[in-house]
Design a protein around this ligand. Structure first.
Ligand code: HPA
Ligand code: ZN
Length: 337
């Protein structure tokens, strides 16, 4: 359709993409073979084949149900070359979908806990970033996420390692984020690391209000001083909070297909897209974990269009907000507009 072409051509920025969540079942099985990783077949026949795994991905019941597969999946990533292949595959797909700038999450603790060095992960991802910029003109940034189901002391250790290597000051890593199981792991557990990042002038975001209630969003803002909110869909449950986010022009990174797949909502139509537009909330539309949730960024744009029938002007507002809310410099923003 004409609007599909328009959405494809619209210059897009992606801000909510877990690079480990772009591990396709095909690459997962290929790397398992190369790296001689035994997938857990006993007790869960999902890992029997690519198609049985894909079928399981269509039946997630919650964030934690998904995370179980997400952490097993990434266990096939061992070398810098593996991380480079993973990220380059994502950038290639993003480029085909019309993404010009991407700010991608990675989960170092999910790798260091398996004996993979932080430097191995970052070397591979950085190599893919350079190739994507050279091959596609696609610029990107890395956002280092802490796993909130692990003790805050381990987040502090991870932060210290990236800091010591100069990764925040030299631009290798653009900022910090917080992901994994949300409920029972509120943002204020990570006050120390967020305060250090703020004092050092490092960008900050956090997943909040995906499964967790509005208190998770409030604490992320009040205590962790985040500049952006990942998911944040539950903020519509609190009028004051909604107005505050709108007034401060904070970017909310919405992931429509993810929210449906993880049963946060039953349909895309249930998402507060119309409300966000009416309130002047600045938001972007993203794929979260595209290999697990049945769609990349363009599929998410199209799903929103099917449910909300937005106008060209509304899409231009969304695209412009996504550029404004990006963490690239002003000169790059101007080329994106
Ligand atoms: N939420 C929390 N943690 C995650 C997600 C998510 O959507 N994707 C990957 N890790
Ligand atoms: Zn996410």
């Amino acid at each position: 359709t004409a609007l599909h072409e328009f959405l494809h051509g619209l210059p897009k920025c992606e801000h909510h993409l877990h690079v480990e969540g772009s591990l396709s079942p095909a690459l997962l099985f290929q790397l398992a073979k190369t790296n001689k990783i035994t997938l857990p077949v006993s007790g869960d026949s999902s890992f029997a084949s690519i198609s049985s795994l894909q079928a399981r991905y269509e039946r997630f019941t919650s964030l934690d149900d998904f995370l179980h597969y997400y952490y097993i999946g990434m266990s096939v990533l061992l070398t810098a070359g593996d991380f480079e292949s993973l990220a380059y595959e994502y950038f290639s797909h993003a480029h085909r979908d019309g993404v010009h700038h991407a700010e991608i999450f990675f989960d170092p603790q999910a790798h260091t806990s398996r004996g993979i060095a932080y430097t191995t992960v970052v070397a591979g991802l950085s190599a893919a970033q350079r190739r994507a910029e050279a091959d596609f003109g696609l610029t990107s940034k890395l956002i280092l996420c802490f796993l909130r189901h692990l003790p805050a002391s381990e987040a502090n250790t991870t932060y210290a390692e990236a800091s010591r290597l100069g990764h925040f000051s030299d631009g290798t890593v653009a900022g910090i984020g917080l992901d994994s199981s949300e409920v029972d792991f509120p943002p204020e557990l990570f006050t120390e690391v967020y305060t250090s990042a703020k004092d050092a002038g490092i960008r900050r975001t956090a997943h909040a209000g995906e499964e967790g209630d509005t208190s998770y969003i409030e604490k992320a803002l009040d205590i962790c001083n985040v500049e952006r909110i990942d998911h944040g869909i539950r903020m519509v449950e609190d009028e004051t909070l909604l107005k505050r986010v709108a007034k401060n022009k904070m970017l909310v990174t919405v992931c429509p297909l993810s929210n449906v797949q993880l049963k946060c909502v039953t349909t895309v139509a249930e998402l507060p897209i119309r409300r966000f537009l009416d309130e002047g909330i600045r938001f972007s539309i993203n794929s979260d974990d595209p290999a697990y949730f049945g769609g990349y960024i363009l599929d998410n744009y199209c799903a929103v269009q099917e449910s909300f029938e937005l106008s060209v002007a509304e899409w231009k507002y969304i695209a412009a907000g996504a550029i404004e809310g990006s963490w690239c410099d002003q000169a790059r923003k101007e080329t994106l507009l």
